[in-house]
Design a protein around this ligand. Sequence first.
Ligand code: G3P
Ligand code: CA
Length: 256
Amino acid sequence: GLAWLSLPATAQTLVIGHRGVAGLAPENTLSAVKKALHLGVDAVEVDIRQSKDGALVAFHDDKLERTTNGQGDVSDFTLAQLNTLDAGSWFGPQYLDEWIPTLAEVMNAMGHSRAKLIIELKVPGLERDVLEHIRTYKLQKRVIIKSFDPAILTRFAQLAPDIPRLYGFFGWSERFNLLMDDEIRRLNPLDMDVSYLQVYHSFLTPALLDEAHQRGFKVVAWGVHSRKAMESMLGLGVDGIETDYPDRLYSLMDEF
Ligand code: G3P
Ligand code: CA
């Protein structure tokens, strides 16, 4: 019953697994990354933070409590300490053996698939190390650097201009209005020079999408987990959809 929808860009819509594939496996674990790849996503998104001794780890929150059996700030523990934590049981008993993976482990898990890795930097100061990882694993053509923090993206643009960047923001924010205002844009150019904007799905309108496209941005919708939101974003023709449930999105796309 979806015939009323026109689907301008379904074939081109990037399907992005959020935090690996957060609806189907414990977020930001190797199990989630592998499941996303198995589902055939175009890109896997992970969040990156730093341990006390400087290791880059895939982890979303600043605190350990929600997704591990540890307590306190991730950044207060060494990698060896973090390694002892259970990062899977909270999601389901079968994930008892999941740990907080390093960025290197995530990159290794990407293997030779065609999927891209979207690296969201949650804190500043990691840019150089992340870039070194990208080069070590020869992923220059397979990564997108993502942040909600313009300063991080600007830094990355300086270090590695050729690696695409994605600017995420929560919705129709002041910042988005700034971005969309010609004059202010000239006064305050986007030094971060991003090619992707990521907007919370319910703030996207045809006009906004059109304007972003005219300005040369690709637009990714985030928070797209319900069928209703998926239908709406497919109908709008966004360039990418970040979801906890790529499986649901694929079956919906198959219906057309
Ligand atoms: O891009 C935004 C989306 O990823 C939500 O952010 O990091 O809270 O999952 P996060
Ligand atoms: Ca994220």
